[in-house]
Structure formats: C-alpha cells, structure tokens
Design a protein around this ligand. Structure first.
Ligand code: ATP
Ligand code: MG
Length: 422
C-alpha cells in the first residue's frame, strides 16, 4: 500500500546554481523550472508598507516586478549557491532555498483526497558538504510542519541522479551547468575521492559572449545578463578544431553569419563582419587555454580562477579532457577502461547545436569530448549525451524516488534511504 502511494507521489527537486528544476512524477518527462534566486525587498520603505508588504523574500515569477531600482540589485537579489555550495551560516541563502522549495511544493499540491505528503528526492552537487544535507532536511521538516506537503525526503548527488536516469551503473558523469562543472566516476555509487570539480560553466560562456557583443558594437546589450545568455545559446558553436574552424569561417564568412532578433524588442544583432567568433564561445567551454583567449583576458574578461570552498578546490582553467582523465586515473586501473567506455554528459552547458550545413566544422558536445579524450591517448572512448541534458538530474530523482522502497531509512553512514518526517 505505502509503496503504491509513494510511486504516485514521488517528487523530484534538482537544486541548480541558476535554475531549480522540480515537480512530481505526474509531470512525465519535463520538470517545472524556477530561477534559484530570491529578492529581499526594502522593508523599511513606506511604499512597501502601503502595498501590503510582510514577505521577507520574493521568489519565482514575481521577481521581475521588483527589479525597478538597479542600484540595489546587488545587495537585494540573492543567488544562494556558488558552485553548488551554500555557506553554513548564510541565512539569506538558506531562506531563499526554503522559499523556492516551499513554493514549488505548494504549486504542485494534488487535489486528491488521499494525498498526505510527497516523497521528495532532492539532488545536490557531488561536492556538497554534509551540513548542506542537514540544513536541507531541516527545511523540508519545517515545510512539512507548516503545510503537510512532505512525508519523507532523501537527497542524492547530481551525478548519481544522471547515472540513474540513464540506467548505467558504471560510468563517468560530466555535469556542466551554469556555475560549475563536476566530473564524477561511478561504480554503483559515486567514487567521491575521484571527483574533479571545475569553477567553469555556462556563466563563463556568457562572459566571452558579452565581450564579443561589446566588440561588435553592442555595448549596452553586453551588460544585460539575460540577453547575453540568449545570444550565447543562439549563436555559440563548438568547433571540431578551433584553428581550422576560424580559418574556414574567415574564408567563407557568409556561411557562418547569423542575424538574431530579440523577440518583443526592436533589437537585431548581426555578426556580419566576424562570424568566426561564434566558435570561441563553444571552445571556451571545453578548453579556455588556447592563446586566442589571452587577448580577451587582457581586455578584462574574467579568467576562470581556482577557488577553494571548504576542502574542495574548484579548478578554473583545466580542460574537460584533462578533467575526465584526472578523475578516472584516481580509480582502480581495472575499472578505468569501463569508465572511459561510458562517459555521460549532462547539464545545460552541453546543449550546443551542430547544424549539419556546417559539414562537421561545428560538432556536438559528445563528439567534442570524444575527440579531446582520443587526443590524450585514450583509444576506447564512448561519450553519450543525456537526452535532455538540463533535465536528467530531475529525471534521475524521480526514478530513484520511485524505485527505492519505503522501508529503507536514511543512513548518515551510507548517505541513502528515506528520512521519514512523520
Ligand atoms: N541550447 C543551449 N546552448 C548552450 N547553452 C545552453 C543551452 N541551453 C542552456 N544552456 C546553458 O546551460 C546553463 C544552465 O544549465 P543547467 O540548468 O544545467 O544549470 P544549473 O543546474 O542551474 O547549474 P549548476 O548545475 O551549475 O548548478 C546556462 O548557462 C545556459 O545558458
Ligand atoms: Mg545542474
């Protein structure tokens, strides 16, 4: 009986740096999405009082309505996660997590009379420290006390979720989202000591896109994060080989030219003179070490830097090929061939398109990774791309929540099982 109940009310929650992906099993293939951020209004203002204020933090679709005064955005708009991590005492950040979690569960409350709370499977970065699990459990406990929406909860690392979604027990998962990337080998369980973390993700591709827009005469747009992201996704290309792609695009600029109109505005972006720069965006994601990027760094584009959070070092400039090799080589030698033969890419930062009309000069992410690994001397490589890379973590949460029997209680030693809230 309780198994059947759990299968009906499994709920997945993927805490990404930029987007929170969530929703119950009944959604099917695609989760709902809310930006992982919160706005703290100025509660001392009279207008706030008059407009019936009281809420400490605003999340979700209402945020844009509060974004009037640009000056105080930096202090009032809080993105709680950096590299997938929240500091222990960061009250505001945890408050945002509480709020998006509560709102997401409320949004999905079923109307069935027998509903008595979800079985939530949440997912955090593979490098999330134990106290983040403790804090998140506390948040679900509190939400359940206030709303009755959560019966039990479990937390799994994102790479494990990806492996589960694709039903491959032995593999290397390379997850690249907005803020960071993580390489995690798995052999049924994540091999934690072999995790390699990078301080590089889609946000860095935005940085180079912003510089490209600036150089092309669109200085105003270059400052607007949301526009930059759109442009990046529309024009960025991953080159099979950067030097070769640049040469070809310089020879035939017309072939690679793009004209992009921003819907709902009068803005048109036309990279007519130098369409070859499109290849820089994709290359930068995989390997920011080509000498051509130096001139961009010199002009002020941020260089992805090494940062330390707790005892984990997030590497800035390590290329994705070296990252995978470094991770796999920390695993037993006998296991290594199996890992290379199943490399799984997931995360929105791999969602580059490779139009056929470019005849293989632009490639997809799996092809690029395969090439990079072969260049490093690994012969038997197989790289696969998650079918919907942005949603594979959420899907893995759903499969995990659906499959793990209710009787398994949460264990801090094994970091698995259900924490029953009542
Ligand atoms: N079609 C696309 N082409 C290129 N990049 C894309 C595309 N679609 C999404 N992205 C990028 O993917 C990133 C978001 O990916 P994702 O949702 O996996 O990140 P996240 O889970 O929020 O962050 P993280 O996993 O780092 O915590 C953004 O930088 C976005 O611009
Ligand atoms: Mg993510």
């Amino acid at each position: 009986m309780s198994e059947e109940y759990k299968r009906r009310y499994t709920f997945g929650a993927d805490y990404g740096t930029s987007d929170y992906k969530f929703g119950p099993i009944s959604l099917g293939e695609r989760p709902k999405i809310m930006e992982n951020r919160g706005y703290f209004p100025d509660d001392s203002s009279i207008m706030y009082e008059l407009m019936g204020g009281v809420r400490e933090v605003i999340v979700g679709d209402e945020i844009p309505l509060f974004l009037g005064a640009k000056e105080d955005l930096a202090t009032r708009l809080v993105y709680p996660m950096r590299n997938g991590i929240i500091k222990r005492g960061d009250k505001r950040a945890w408050k945002v997590i509480y709020e998006i979690t509560r709102q997401s569960l409320e949004m999905c409350r079923p109307s069935d009379p027998d509903f008595d709370g979800f079985y939530v499977c949440a997912s955090l970065s593979s490098v999330a420290p134990k106290y983040m699990y403790e804090e998140l459990f506390k948040i679900y406990q509190q939400i359940d006390e206030e709303t009755g929406l959560v019966k039990a909860v479990t937390i799994i690392p994102q790479p494990l979720a990806v492996a589960i979604a694709h039903k491959v027990p032995t593999c290397v998962v390379l997850e690249s989202g907005h803020g960071n990337s993580q390489v995690c080998p798995l052999s049924r369980y994540p091999i934690r000591r072999a995790i390699v973390a990078l301080n590089r993700g889609g946000g860095d591709a935005n940085n180079i896109t912003s510089q490209i827009l600036y150089d092309a005469g669109y200085g105003d747009l270059a400052k607007e994060e949301a526009v930059v992201r759109r442009v990046k996704e529309a024009i960025g290309l991953v080159p099979r080989n950067l030097d070769d792609a640049i040469q070809r695009a310089k020879r035939e600029p017309e072939k690679y030219r793009v004209v992009l109109k921003i819907p709902g505005t009068r803005i048109t972006i036309d990279l007519d003179k130098e369409p070859w720069v499109r290849f820089l965006i994709g290359e930068f994601v995989f390997n920011p070490n080509h000498e051509i990027f130096e001139s961009y760094f010199k002009r002020g584009m941020p260089r992805p830097s090494d940062v330390k959070f707790g005892d984990i070092l997030f590497r800035g400039m390590l290329d994705f090929g070296d990252a995978v090799v470094e991770s796999v080589e920390q695993c037993p030698v006998e296991l290594q061939p199996y890992l290379y033969s199943r490399v799984l890419l997931s995360g929105g930062n791999f969602q580059w398109s490779a139009p056929e009309s470019y005849g293989g000069v632009a490639v997809d992410s799996a092809t690029k990774m395969g090439l990079m690994l072969r260049e490093k001397g690994i012969e038997d490589v197989k790289v696969d791309m998650a079918s919907e890379p942005k949603f594979s973590v959420w899907r893995g949460c759903i499969v995990y929540g659906y499959s793990v029997p209710v009787k398994y209680e949460w264990s801090w030693d094994r970091m698995e099982g259900w924490l029953r809230l009542r």
